[in-house]
Design a protein around this ligand. Structure first.
Ligand SMILES: [Zn+2]
Length: 155
């Protein structure tokens, strides 16, 4: 799923408690749940083939992360009563699985290392089953997740 979804859900979790282990645990769990839902992201496929070229994927991922970062800074500026560290820890934890397993510089290491490789393939495989619903259900669902997360953060 988009970094934007992971970051906002993680941040929304961080807005509900100051308990750091709870925030990290729930935000990491939310990553896998979100990835198991139908969704559209840089890894989009059409007829079993990658829709975007590799470099375009990296560019879109960078834009996605940049937008997420700007939005979190904007929300923290807008609502000064939010606990900054909880929000930032939630946001980073929400995205952490993609940062650990999907960054090209160390992706191959993750794929080959015991234990890490089971998480790597679990993270990859949960995205498959509902792929055919990515546009019909995925896209509207992602927009709802974004709106609800922002609402939770600003309420
Ligand atoms: Zn992921």
């Amino acid at each position: 799923m988009l970094a934007l979804n992971h970051v906002l859900v993680g941040a929304a979790i961080g807005s509900e408690t100051n308990n750091i282990p709870v925030i990290v645990g729930l935000a990491v769990a939310s990553h896998f749940i979100l990835d198991a839902l139908p969704h559209v992201d840089q890894g989009l496929e059409k007829n079993g083939k990658d829709y975007f070229k590799q470099n375009t994927k990296y560019f879109l991922a960078a834009v996605d992360i940049a937008i997420s970062l700007v939005l979190i800074v904007f929300i923290l500026t807008l609502k000064s009563t939010l606990d900054r560290s909880s929000i930032i820890i939630g946001a980073v934890s929400g995205l952490s699985i993609d940062l650990i397993f999907n960054i090209p510089w160390w992706e191959n290491f993750m794929k080959r290392t015991p234990i890490l490789k089971s998480i790597y393939f679990f993270h990859k495989d949960i995205q498959e089953p509902l792929k055919k619903y990515q546009f019909v259900f995925g896209l509207p669902l992602q927009i709802i997740i974004i709106v609800v997360s922002i609402w939770i953060l600003l309420k």
